[in-house]
Ligand binder design. Structure first.
Ligand SMILES: *Cc1c(COP(=O)(O)O)cnc(C)c1O
Length: 394
């Protein structure tokens, strides 16, 4: 204990950062299920509403349990500030609507969470914010898409479901020259494996619904970065209202305590499953950035020591072949969600990516024969056995 505790290590922060204790001196973080807070006098209320005195007013603005979640996640991402949101999509929408305005231009990697496409192309466009979609791994496409009014670059790395990797440091360089904001969705790796701010990203987005909870219980989201950028996003959340419920914040707070252990175990299982899949009959291709044959393997390993739980593979027979593999599972859960101790399986082309057009799916490589597995923490032998029935018959 000779070192001063000014920069505790990741596991210590995951367990203790952000903890606030009430007068009861509870050991575990308290769940403050209250919509509002009271004042001893009218004058105290006035001071707090005027921001002359710190304190809690209303849980759409702030709540102690939500504050603890924000502070803990900020510590893990190495961010100055964090604002929590009701869902991951609320985090993305609040970032775009809180920081951009009509006439601004956005460049985004095509291989993003499916719902981001209608958010940018339909909703943001309605407010005069135009998006150009590029292949995330192709830096020339990012450069070619730049316009004088480009204000934001948005990517997901690695992406879901194909594990496409973006060069965060190179994008940060492009973004900095433009005076734009680089936003990275870090949902699939979490700060336990990848901290985009260290590579020069300006904001990190989370769907905490996935690995921060880690057990498939709640929806939650967050935006982390410098105070000057998080403040306008917070302003949007506080006013428009997609705030995080204290209950969901509390679930995620407790989930984060085991984050590194879980992410390492997920990653070890996923790599072993990807290697196993590559040798199976009827498998045309396996997409996992942790495999040496992945096109951005070297870059992926520079940005994160392990590559998370999401593995996708293409089987013979297009949609019917993929559906046969999925329908043959007995243990694995058929669900579009991921980020769970339970292994999940889905057919991206007809679920997570069904709302985009065939042309958009072709452009982003989501083939009809593609199956996505988010590897859980059950015994790997049991996971492989469950998949092998469908693969032999595919
Ligand atoms: C699930 C997900 C989202 C959206 O999060 P919700 O909590 O479902 O709104 C965004 N990005 C990625 C990478 C996701 O997997």
């Amino acid at each position: 204990m000779s070192e001063p505790a000014d920069k505790p290590a990741f596991d210590t922060l995951a367990i203790r950062a952000g903890t606030m204790t009430s007068n009861f001196q509870e050991h575990s973080e308290a769940l403050f299920l209250t919509s509002s807070f009271t004042y001893k006098t009218a004058a105290e209320a006035a001071r707090k509403f005027a921001n002359e005195e710190p304190g809690y007013l209303y849980s759409r603005f702030t709540n102690p349990t939500v504050s603890m979640f924000q502070d803990r996640l900020a510590a893990l991402e190495g961010a100055e500030d964090c604002v929590a949101t009701a869902t991951g999509m609320a985090a993305i929408a609040s970032t775009v609507l809180g920081l951009l305005k009509s006439g601004d231009h956005l460049i985004a990697s095509r291989s993003v969470f499916g719902t981001v496409v209608p958010l940018f192309d339909q909703i943001a466009r309605k407010f005069g914010i135009d998006t150009t979609w590029v292949t995330g791994a192709d830096l020339d496409q990012w450069r070619a898409a730049v316009r004088p009014n480009t204000r934001m670059l948005f990517c997901e790395s690695p992406s879901n479901p194909l594990g496409e990797v973006c060069d965060i440091a190179a994008l940060a360089e492009i973004s900095r020259k433009l005076g734009a904001i680089l936003v990275v969705d870090n949902c699939l790796l979490t700060p336990a494996l990848q901290r985009p701010l260290e590579f020069g990203a300006d904001l990190v987005i989370h769907s905490a619904t996935k690995y921060l909870d880690g057990q498939g219980r709640v929806l939650a989201g967050a935006v982390c970065g410098a105070k000057t950028l998080v403040e306008p996003v917070y302003g949007f959340v506080r006013t428009a209202g997609p705030a995080l419920s204290p209950f969901n914040a509390w679930i995620c707070l407790k989930g984060m305590e085991t984050l590194r252990l879980r992410m390492e175990a997920h990653s070890r299982q996923a790599l072993a499953l990807a290697e196993w899949l590559a040798g199976q009959p009827n498998v045309r291709a396996v997409h996992y950035p942790g495999l040496p044959g992945h096109p951005q393997h070297a870059l992926a390993m520079q940005q994160a020591p392990m590559q998370g739980a999401v593995v996708s593979f293409e089987v013979e027979g297009g949609r019917d072949g993929a559906w046969r593999v999925i329908d043959a599972v007995k243990m694995i859960s058929i669900t579009a969600n991921l980020g769970d101790t339970r292994t999940t399986i889905t057919h991206p082309a007809t679920t997570t990516h069904a709302r985009i057009t065939q042309a958009e799916r072709d452009a982003s490589g989501v083939a009809d024969g593609l199956v996505r597995v988010a590897v859980g923490l059950e015994d790997l032998q049991d996971i492989c056995a469950d998949l092998s029935a469908g693969l032999r018959g595919a």
